[in-house]
Design a binder for this molecule. Structure first.
Ligand code: NAD
Ligand code: TYD
Length: 349
């Protein structure tokens, strides 16, 4: 039985990846290592926690000694590394945790793999990254794997730095690595600091929907289960040393996306058409707000035969249905420190 370490498996994307690997690969022992920061939530994994091939370990990737011990006590065959500080606004308010977890934490993991993998045959370190490392596009063009890095927020700069370090360990120490850079994810279990779940929660409670600037910024949205499927493919079939861009070819201006979401919410909540759109409120723009992200996903389509299986309308509707049928999930999150974050980010804006 091979052992796969997944870091950050209690977070949004990580919990979907953990579930997929546990259920689709019963011959793989999955160890989920997560610090359980504000963004980590074991409630995301209740349905699989009793599976025989699943184990949760609470721990911090910034703690190098802890990782060394973990790698001595478990013979890891592969790592899928998702643990990170992931929210741009938080990185603007306080970059240090991003430097520690995203850069130092990644290097600690690389060192642990390097030390324990004397024979790299059959081993793999898979680093999950973001399209934000490529910077900001104008109205035209797409990010390709060869696009030069140009990160512009503390978050994207920390992810770019970790990508470079992962590649450096491949070239210098021959560590078997793969990297993927994905566009914006959405779906069940996303923490309500990100645009879509924040808007769903505010619409539900008839609170203003904050749109930064004029809502003209463009993101390429991908349903989280499509990302998890791509990660499974790349981990099992990708080529060492290679980078794969993952995206939905699904660009939306923020304001158009929110209008579509408002229509879905009005219908699901039996509200008069236009009720939710009346909550749209333009607020002061994000500092250094990147205009547009868009991915050319032809490499992963051509080489690994991956394509997004969910249309945006279908994925968004399923997402709304999930949040509406899991009110206790949101309730548990928004009753705690979230309120302090929300007040600082939006009320005192
Ligand atoms: P998230 O914030 O929902 O989850 C991050 C998880 O990492 C949490 O469970 C948290 O507890 C854990 N974590 C944080 N610091 C840790 C530490 N020091 N040690 C151990 N665990 C720690 O993030 P997400 O949105 O699920 O993103 C997961 C990964 O995917 C990140 O690397 C992110 O950069 C990348 N990514 C995200 C998106 C997106 O749209 N959300 C898009 C592309 C790439
Ligand atoms: P976000 O979900 O934070 O993802 P990212 O910054 O990584 O792309 O934001 C998506 C887009 O929505 C981005 O252009 C910023 C914008 N946005 C708002 O307009 N209002 C909000 O309250 C949030 C959180 C984001």
């Amino acid at each position: 039985m091979r052992t796969l370490l997944i870091t950050g498996g209690a977070g949004f994307i990580g919990s979907h990846v953990v579930r997929k690997m546990v259920l689709d690969h019963p011959d793989t022992r999955v160890v989920n290592l997560d610090k359980l920061t504000y963004a980590g939530n074991l409630g995301n994994l209740k349905d699989i926690e009793g599976r025989p091939n699943y184990q949760f370990i609470r721990g911090d990737i910034v703690d190098a000694a802890f990782l060394e011990k973990l790698f001595r006590s478990h013979r890891m065959d592969g790592v899928i590394h998702l643990a990170a500080e992931s929210h741009v606004d938080r990185s603007i308010a306080d970059p240090m945790a991003f430097i520690q977890t995203n850069i130092m934490g990644t290097v600690n993991l690389l060192n642990a793999c390097r030390r324990s993998w004397n024979d790299p045959e059959g081993k793999r370190f898979y680093h999950i990254s973001t399209d934000e490392v490529y910077g900001s596009l104008g109205k035209e063009g797409l990010f390709k794997e060869e696009t030069p890095y140009d990160p512009r927020s503390p978050y994207s700069a920390s992810k770019a730095s970790s990508d470079h370090l992962v590649r450096a360990y491949h070239h210098t120490y021959k560590l078997p690595v793969v990297i993927s850079n994905c566009s914006n994810n959405y779906g069940p279990n996303q923490f309500p600091e990100k645009l879509i779940p924040l808007a769903i929660n505010n619409i539900l409670h008839m609170k203003p929907i904050p749109i930064y600037g004029k809502g003209e910024n463009v993101r390429d949205w991908l349903y989280v289960k499509d990302h998890a499927a791509a990660i499974d493919l790349i981990f099992n079939k990708g080529t060492n040393g290679r980078t794969y861009n993952i995206g939905g070819m699904n660009e939306w201006k923020n304001i158009d996306l929110i209008r579509l979401l408002c229509d879905i919410m009005d219908e699901k909540l039996d509200r008069k058409p236009g009720t939710s759109a009346g909550l749209i409120t333009f607020v002061k723009d994000r500092a250094g707000h990147d205009l547009r992200y868009a991915i050319d996903n032809s490499r992963i389509r051509d080489e690994l035969d991956w394509y997004p299986a969910h249309t945006f309308e279908a994925g968004l509707t399923r997402t709304v249905e999930w949040y509406l049928s899991n009110p206790e999930w949101m309730q548990q999150i928004t009753s705690g420190a979230y309120q302090t974050y929300y007040d600082r980010q939006y009320i005192q804006r």
